[in-house]
Write a protein that binds this ligand. Structure first.
Ligand SMILES: C[S@@+](CC[C@H](N)C(=O)[O-])C[C@H]1O[C@@H](n2cnc3c(N)ncnc32)[C@H](O)[C@@H]1O
Length: 398
């Protein structure tokens, strides 16, 4: 067990199985209870716990029975050890500890501004969650100059997981569970009302939903070429957005590499949340054969990512911006892709996210100090398990 975990006197997860809420207000709120009891039990860890909570002091007596954890894939781990100890130096040992301990992973709860139900904020606060983007972040010396006042995400200092909500046709979900670092590319994009926005690699749609929490664009085109993932994307959009936005939010099925040709200069903002080696899930490959296969395919990703980024730079209008992001620590899929594309696109100019995002949000996230001129990389660390997430913002010169 990591140092981090051993210093925690409690760890609690929510299940519908066994929960004692002694907060009068909560037990007196039937809609919350019925919502809570309706969650899909299979989506949360197999953990039994008891919460005896008081507002703001989650020093609960907890009984936990963790589901047996799937072992990590030694083949992938060896590969990561070799690569990331070189690329991340000392940060890798602590990132490794987090990645190898899924019980330490934190979850963010992004609220859905379109859902009518209003008691979630109170429930989250009672459980010890706090808002990720506090007004104080906005007003600090290194202020976040971002139009995100309607984007609300709650995080907890410990790995408490809210239950996910099942898809119910015709009913909007109240919140989306996510790795809070996933919001950073959306914040960097700075979507504003009335803009035309392209989400080039969109499924399952978490960042598209986050963009719609920030502003009401004239058009959000969510592109996803994989048919199964596109169905998932459509379900996500249906679960979070009201019908009144149907004409503004469209789903397209192109190969992102050719999007720039077919819709050149059309968009104000483009997000390229590229297919990448997903470090968290690859580490839990079901067999060394699967791990080996994934690592072989890894070599092909930078070329695909560079093509997608070039296509995005063609799809954006002169003066518009592209945000490129991945959920890998791998330098060759992050800094190298950005650098390669900048080298052959003289009209593309990288923008500083270190001052704008990394410094103001450094109390929540750990950023690698490497190459801040090309982008910023969130590295999971004990107590701040968010990431991996790389993001770079590139403006197309006028
Ligand atoms: C990291 S995921 C995107 C996650 C999504 N942005 C979100 O926040 O939920 C990358 C997506 O890119 C899609 N993809 C793969 N190849 C693509 C291509 N050539 N063009 C566009 N999208 C592609 C994958 O199917 C996958 O759904």
């Amino acid at each position: 067990m990591s140092n981090f975990m051993s210093t925690i006197s409690y760890q609690f997860y929510i299940t519908r199985r066994a929960i004692c809420l002694q907060t009068k207000r909560l037990t007196a709120t039937p809609p919350w209870w019925s919502w809570f009891c309706s969650v899909n039990c299979h989506t949360v860890p197999e953990v039994v716990l008891q919460l005896n909570e008081q507002k703001g002091t989650p020093n609960n007596k907890v009984t936990k029975r963790c589901k047996k954890q799937r072992p990590s894939c030694q083949f992938v781990l060896d590969h990561f050890d070799e690569q990331y100890s070189k690329e991340l130096g000392d940060l890798w040992a602590s990132a490794r500890t987090v990645l190898l301990d899924p019980n330490s992973w934190q979850y963010g709860v992004m609220l859905n501004r379109f859902s009518a139900v209003t008691d979630i904020t109170e429930i989250l606060q009672i459980k010890g969650f706090s808002s990720l983007l506090l007004q104080t972040d906005l007003q600090s010396e290194h202020s976040l100059r971002l139009p995100h006042s309607t984007l609300q995400c709650y995080i907890h200092p410990y790995p408490l997981r809210f239950p996910s909500q099942a898809h119910r046709p015709g009913q909007l979900k109240q919140y989306y569970l996510l790795n809070a670092a996933s919001l950073l590319p959306v914040l960097a994009l700075q979507v504003r009302d009335g803009e035309k926005v392209l989400d080039l690699c969109s499924a399952p749609g978490g960042k598209a939903v986050a963009m719609m929490q920030c502003a009401t664009p004239a058009l959000l085109c969510c592109n996803e070429p994989d048919p199964h993932r596109r169905d998932w994307l459509s379900r996500t959009l249906e679960s979070f957005l009201p019908h009144s936005l149907n004409s503004r939010v469209i789903v397209s099925a192109q190969d992102g590499r050719s999007f720039g040709q077919s819709e050149a200069g059309t968009y104000d903002k483009v997000l390229v949340d590229a297919p990448c080696s997903n470090d968290r899930s690859w580490l839990y490959s079901s067999s060394s054969q699967q791990g080996e296969q994934r690592l072989k395919e890894r070599a092909r990703l930078p070329a695909l990512q560079a093509q997608l980024l070039r296509s995005a730079l063609s799809a954006v209008r002169p003066g518009g911006v592209v945000v490129y992001s991945t959920c890998t620590l791998s330098s060759s899929e992050n800094y190298t892709v950005v650098e390669t594309v900048l080298n052959d696109c003289p009209e593309a100019e990288p923008e500083d996210l270190w001052e704008e995002i990394a410094i103001p949000l450094s109390k929540y996230f750990t950023f690698s100090p490497a190459h801040p001129d090309l982008g910023i990389l969130v590295v999971p660390q004990p107590g701040k398990t968010w990431g991996p997430m790389f993001l770079s913002r590139i403006r197309r010169r006028k």
